[in-house]
Design a protein. Structure first.
Ligand code: NAD
Length: 499
């Protein structure tokens, strides 16, 4: 792994917006540097767009909506079938782009693209899922529901899955007939631009997908724009709340997915062969920068052997080979601060990723990159920041508890509610978690319990603001509105209150 293995260009110049199926200069006067987290080297410059950019993209999407929404869904979906073929053709390049801009290992980047394709496959199935119900509700009177698109919609993405998160929304929102303005994270804008080019090649008409680069100004303009009917957001809780409130005030339908602090309960009866590696992989995979990563392990009773296994496995992970980078320098500082503070407050650092250097002979200049190795901290108290706040790094805080009930109480106290998992071979323990955990996505012997299609993705509490889920069948509901039709062509022989 490493920059030398990434065989694509590494200078992307000044990025442009994507409007009307072509690159268009941003109206921004301010550009920020785009770094590869491997080395900290500058690989491009990203415009910090303005409300005028959002306006131009929305105009293009609004115009395209007139034709796209009237194109039959069986025709619309053909673009998605062709996109799947093109994503498979360019799988390697997509994977390398993700690795370059986000710092994932190539294996992790492969997962990002593969999961995006899975959502796309779901998008391809929508024409067979979307037929609404019809019933004769009274003699000769029929009620029917038709799912219709909303209009221009917006999708705002975070840095941690440059291809997958935009693809949580694109195949569903666009196949059902909406047109879109996408705002990728300014830290990983390249994957989205490649997707847009592939969609054009797949035959997506001009203006159906538009991209505006930038930060808070672009997000605020999307929330406020009167021609944008619905908006999805994925990112931190602080911003998710702001976006939810601002968009709702502007009368939009909004689903805003926020941050997480995921708990993983380990029972003494957990499989000693498989659980330790799975637990560590959940916490350290993608350098802990997954909203579904285990962040707190609730160790119930005597699980010393499991912890020994975790320590051995975590120490075997080679930074720069099996584990990639942190997204930026500020994040490295934030994560290290949590580890330092936990240690100061008496926790024991069992595996220390601070100052760990990547190992790989073929890599150059990696000292400038943003690295933290796998970190396991034991005896963290349940109310310590490392056990309560989102760290978003390769750090697992182990909190010792005596019983399963106590473990669930700790989990319940947390304001987030994305994932909660249990490692056990006892069905009753698993049932207890389902009945009592205050989190939307639960796992049994699964460290990263992401629901796969057709099931929807979304947490509870401070991990999600708004109704429904973003992907799967619930995604179709979010991106459509129901038209309810009542018809009568034959006069009934006897009239009643309904006729
Ligand atoms: P972030 O909230 O900093 O940024 C997300 C998006 O919001 C970006 O496009 C960014 O440009 C924009 N933004 C940033 N600050 C803003 C502001 N003040 N006003 C308006 N817009 C703003 O998140 P991130 O650091 O890119 O991503 C990591 C976070 O995303 C973590 O908290 C993680 O848990 C969360 N996440 C959640 C899910 C989920 O499904 N719940 C999935 C992936 C990531």
């Amino acid at each position: 792994m490493g920059l030398n293995n990434i065989k694509i260009r590494k200078d992307f110049g000044k990025l442009k917006n994507w409007i009307g199926n072509k690159e268009v200069d941003s109206l921004a006067t301010n550009f920020i540097e785009l770094h590869t987290p491997y080395t900290g080297e500058v690989i491009g410059h990203v415009p910090m767009g303005t409300s005028a950019d959002v306006d131009a993209a929305t105009k293009s999407a609004k115009e395209a909506f007139k034709v796209w929404s009237n194109t039959n869904i069986k025709e619309r979906v053909q673009v998605m079938f062709r996109l799947k073929a093109l994503m498979e053709r360019d799988f390697d390049e997509l994977k390398q782009l993700v690795s370059l801009e986000n710092g994932k290992t190539l294996a992790e980047a492969q997962g990002d693209v593969a999961k995006a394709i899975e959502v796309l496959e779901f998008g391809c199935s929508i024409p067979n899922k979307i037929s609404g119900p019809m019933q004769e509700v009274s003699n000769g009177i029929y009620c029917q529901v038709i799912k219709e698109p909303l209009g221009v919609v917006a999708s705002i993405a975070p840095f941690n899955f440059p291809i997958m998160v935009p693809m949580w929304t694109i195949p569903i929102a666009i196949t059902v007939g909406n047109t879109m303005v996408l705002k990728p994270s300014e830290q990983v804008p390249l994957g989205s631009m490649k997707l847009a080019a592939l969609m054009k090649e797949a035959g997506l008409p001009d203006g159906v997908l538009n991209i505006v680069h930038g930060g808070a100004d672009v997000v605020n303009a999307l929330c406020d724009h009167p021609d944008i009917k619905a908006l999805s957001f994925v990112g931190s809780t602080k911003v998710a709340k702001l976006v939810y409130g601002r968009s709702a005030m502007a009368g939009k339908r909004v689903l805003s997915l926020g941050g997480a602090k995921n708990h993983l309960i380990v029972m003494p009866d957990a499989n000693i062969e498989t659980a330790p590696a799975q637990i560590v992989d959940s916490a350290m995979g993608c350098s802990g920068q997954r909203c579904m990563a285990a962040s707190v392990m609730l160790a119930v009773g005597d699980v010393e052997k499991h912890i020994d296994g975790m320590v051995a496995y975590a120490k075997s992970i080679k930074l720069g080979e099996k584990q990639g980078t942190i997204i930026n320098k500020q994040s490295v500082e934030r994560i290290n601060k949590y580890i330092n503070e936990a240690e100061k407050m008496g926790a024991k650092v069992l595996v220390d990723g601070r100052n760990m250097k990547p190992v790989n002979a073929d890599m150059t200049n990696l000292e400038g990159g943003y690295w933290i190795g796998p970190t396991l901290i034991d005896h963290v108290s349940a109310d310590h920041p490392a056990a309560c706040e989102e760290i978003f790094g390769p750090v697992l805080s182990i909190v010792r508890v005596k019983t399963l009930e106590e473990a669930v109480k700790v989990e319940n106290k947390n304001p987030y509610g994305n994932a909660a998992s249990i490692f056990t071979t006892n069905g009753a323990h698993a049932q207890y978690l389902f009945r009592n955990a205050n989190a939307g996505m639960n796992g049994v012997n699964v460290g990263v319990p992401v629901p796969r299609e057709p099931f929807g993705f979304g947490g509870w509490n401070d991990s999600k603001f708004g109704n429904g889920d973003l992907t799967g069948d619930q995604g179709i509901d979010f991106w459509t509105q129901d038209r309810k039709i009542t018809t009568k062509f034959i006069e009934p022989q006897t009239r009643n209150w309904m006729s």
